[in-house]
Design a protein around this ligand. Structure first.
Ligand code: ATP
Ligand code: MG
Length: 238
């Protein structure tokens, strides 16, 4: 697992400063949540870290190496999970990266089944993407991450489109996979309760390039409706 680091990173679009002199460190196996109002630069932050865009100033490193382009070991998970191939069953979708590197079919099937079991979808291996609900698609996304063995997992509001109950179940699943696999995760959300539950660290982005880092030392496991968690949320100013 790798950590990452932003050193005095300034990003602008035209005259608009997205963040100014952003410096922070994500330790290996940490869970950074990024919050802030719409349009403030959350997705931009993730794209820079993923190597999909460049900053005007400063350096970004993952595992000590400077990020200059997208990396295989840093998969992205989005809200609308449209990256599935509609003509392949779930297990083949998940195992697709293995097919590309020449892993044979029985080994692919074994690894895919292991991943599907980890996310509770072993019954659905043979279904096609159009037969899945939103929550199931996000489980598939997590199974893909499992197979990819990510150095750093980048998630842009992955549970944004889901109802509250499905969302909480998937948060629990993500927490247990993160613990087991010791993933380093960067997770964007506009839901402070979700950030309070998941994060070890919080990045708050604000207008005009300003930002703030905050530690999350709430005790585990985290009841999403506890007084302690509510207090922590109330301290956050967006
Ligand atoms: N490629 C681009 N060219 C010019 N401006 C951009 C580009 N990408 C993003 N922006 C601008 O940068 C700002 C931040 O956008 P970004 O998508 O990072 O916001 P966000 O915090 O993810 O918002 P949301 O919560 O709505 O997803 C916005 O004002 C947006 O218009
Ligand atoms: Mg966004």
């Amino acid at each position: 697992m790798s950590g990452f680091r932003f050193e005095s990173v300034t990003k602008t679009f035209g005259n608009e400063e997205i963040f100014r002199e952003l410096s922070l460190q994500g330790a290996p196996a940490s869970f950074l949540c990024v919050v802030g109002k719409s349009g403030v630069g959350k997705s931009t932050f993730l794209r820079l870290l993923g190597g999909f865009d460049q900053a005007e100033k400063g350096t970004i490193t993952i595992g000590g190496e400077q990020v200059t382009r997208p990396q295989k070991k840093c998969p992205m998970v989005f809200q609308s999970y449209e990256q599935l191939f509609p003509w392949l069953p779930v297990w083949e979708n998940i195992a697709f990266p293995l097919r590309v590197i020449g892993v044979d079919k029985s080994e692919r099937r074994n690894r895919a089944m292991e991943a599907l079991q980890a996310v509770g979808l072993e019954q659905d291996a043979k279904k096609y993407p159009h037969q899945l609900s939103g929550g199931m698609k996000q489980r598939v996304a997590l199974a893909r991450a499992w197979i990819a063995e990510p150095q750093l997992l980048l998630m842009d509001e992955p549970f944004g489109g889901l109802d509250m109950m499905t969302r909480e179940v998937l948060q629990d699943l993500l927490i247990s996979l993160w613990r087991e696999k010791q993933w380093t995760v960067v997770f964007i959300t506009h839901d402070l309760r979700e950030a309070a539950r998941l994060s070890t660290d919080l990045l708050i982005l604000r207008e005009n390039g300003s930002w703030e880092m905050k530690k999350n030392e709430l005790s585990q496991p985290r009841d999403p409706y506890s007084a302690e968690l509510n207090r922590w949320i109330r301290e956050i100013e967006l």
